[in-house]
Each structure stands twice: as structure tokens, then as C-alpha cells.
Write a protein that binds this ligand. Structure first.
Ligand SMILES: C[S@@+](CC[C@H](N)C(=O)[O-])C[C@H]1O[C@@H](n2cnc3c(N)ncnc32)[C@H](O)[C@@H]1O
Length: 220
């Protein structure tokens, strides 16, 4: 047995899902609905959503921020794990895509926890900082335009409390981060982020190979 992370072929991935996924019916229907969307690949994997719910529970999180909501699956995973009076601020640009999420959030009984802000995420984050909400949040999940990941990180580092968690999606970027031939702008942005996080003493770090790569950064 090697001490490196195991590779998942289709059979082992199916086993993982069959033996660990506990996807609630509303989540499953939202995922199945989004599967027919031409940008369905943007949605996080269900096993990642389950891990994120667990992290919210472990932190006993009450307040969270999501950057990049799309049709609302990851927001549903976070909101369902928050307490009844919890707050999740969701940042997105699309009324159309997030409207899908709203109907499923309502069905799941978590709509009241979600404050959806349709605006460039940097504006929303700067607004929260200007309102004096630095240190107010337990968790942030970053999953929008990759070119701004470092900008989102700096703001989220100020907005989360000490001991709070910042999650970054797509940090393995389909494997292209490790392909020296790939110099696409999004690949370069994710590489820059990964390098910056690796050397940042302000956080405790783990890059978890789940979904397309999920980085966990705990604010020290
Ligand atoms: C990868 S998708 C999010 C997927 C979502 N977390 C899920 O699991 O279904 C990225 C989202 O970021 C949004 N977005 C892109 N640029 C943005 C910006 N500057 N500010 C806010 N949202 C943005 C897009 O509209 C899109 O819905």
C-alpha cells in the first residue's frame, strides 16, 4: 500500500457514492434538474456538498458567505447545515440561474437563511467590510470567476473570524494546474492562488482532492 492519495476510477468512485452519499431528496432533485443545463459542470459534486455540510456542522457555523451560487446546490448544502437562525450571504450575477436555486431553497425550508446579493461579488464583499462586518463570518466558499480568486481571498480573510474557514473550489482545475503546457488565464490564476496559499502563514491549509479540488484554509 502506498501512502499517497488513492486514485478513483469509475468503479471505486461509484463505491464511494454508494457507501457514503446521503443526499437529501431536494438536493438530489436540484442536481438532476441542473444536469440538463449547458453549464451543469459548474455545479459541485454531491460528495463535496456533503463534506461542506459536515464542515459547517464541525465549525458550528452561524454566518457564511458564498461567492458563486449558480443554481443553488452548494448554497443548499451550506444552508441546510446552518442553524435555523443562520445566515448565508450568496453572491452571484445571474438572476436567472439563482431563481432556480430559490425555488429549491424554499422547498427545503432554508430560504429564510439565504440573503442573495445580485452584484459583482467584489462589490458585495467590500460593502460588508464597509458595514463593519470584518471577523463576523464563520465560513466562506469561493466558487466564482477564477481570475478574482486572490481578491476574494483577501476580502474573505478579513471577513471570517479567527478559526473560521475559507473554502476554494476547483483548485485542481481538471488537472491542468499540473500541466506546464496549459497557460490559460484561469489556469494561471488558480496556480497563483495555490502558490500564494501554500506560503501564507495566516492560514492552516489542506488541498483536498474531492470534486475538482477543494482547498481548506483556516484563519489563524
Ligand atoms: C461555478 S458557478 C458556481 C456553482 C455553485 N457553487 C454550485 O455548486 O452550483 C460560478 C458562478 O459565479 C457567478 N459569477 C461569475 N462572476 C461573478 C462575479 N464577478 N460576481 C459574482 N458572481 C459571479 C456566475 O454567475 C456563476 O453562477
Amino acid at each position: 500500500m502506498s501512502n499517497r492519495t488513492i486514485a478513483l476510477d469509475d468503479r471505486l468512485h461509484a463505491y464511494l457514492l454508494e457507501h457514503s452519499l446521503r443526499e437529501d431528496p431536494v438536493r438530489r432533485r436540484l442536481r438532476e434538474y441542473t444536469a440538463s443545463h449547458e453549464l451543469a459542470r459548474m455545479q459541485i459534486a454531491p460528495e463535496q456538498g456533503q463534506l461542506m455540510s459536515l464542515l459547517v456542522e464541525l465549525l458550528a457555523a452561524r454566518n457564511a458567505i458564498e461567492i458563486g451560487t449558480f443554481t443553488g446546490y452548494s448554497a443548499l448544502c451550506i444552508a441546510q447545515a446552518l442553524p435555523a437562525d443562520g445566515e448565508l450571504i450568496c453572491c452571484d450575477l445571474s438572476e436567472e440561474w439563482t431563481a432556480v436555486g430559490i425555488s429549491y431553497w424554499e422547498e427545503a425550508g432554508v430560504r429564510h437563511k439565504i440573503d442573495l446579493r445580485i452584484a459583482p461579488a467584489l462589490e458585495t464583499l467590500d460593502g460588508l467590510l464597509a458595514e463593519g462586518r470584518a471577523g463576523d463570518f464563520d465560513l466562506a466558499f469561493i466558487d466564482a470567476d477564477k481570475g478574482h480568486y486572490l481578491d476574494y481571498y483577501r476580502r474573505c480573510l478579513a471577513l471570517v473570524r479567527r478559526g473560521g474557514l475559507i473554502l476554494f473550489d476547483n483548485t485542481l482545475w481538471g488537472g491542468s494546474v499540473a500541466d506546464p503546457q496549459d497557460c490559460e488565464p484561469d489556469t494561471l490564476a488558480i496556480r497563483d492562488l495555490n502558490d500564494a496559499l501554500h506560503h501564507d502563514p495566516a492560514i492552516t491549509l489542506s488541498l483536498v482532492p474531492i470534486g475538482d479540488g477543494l482547498t481548506l484554509a483556516r484563519k489563524r
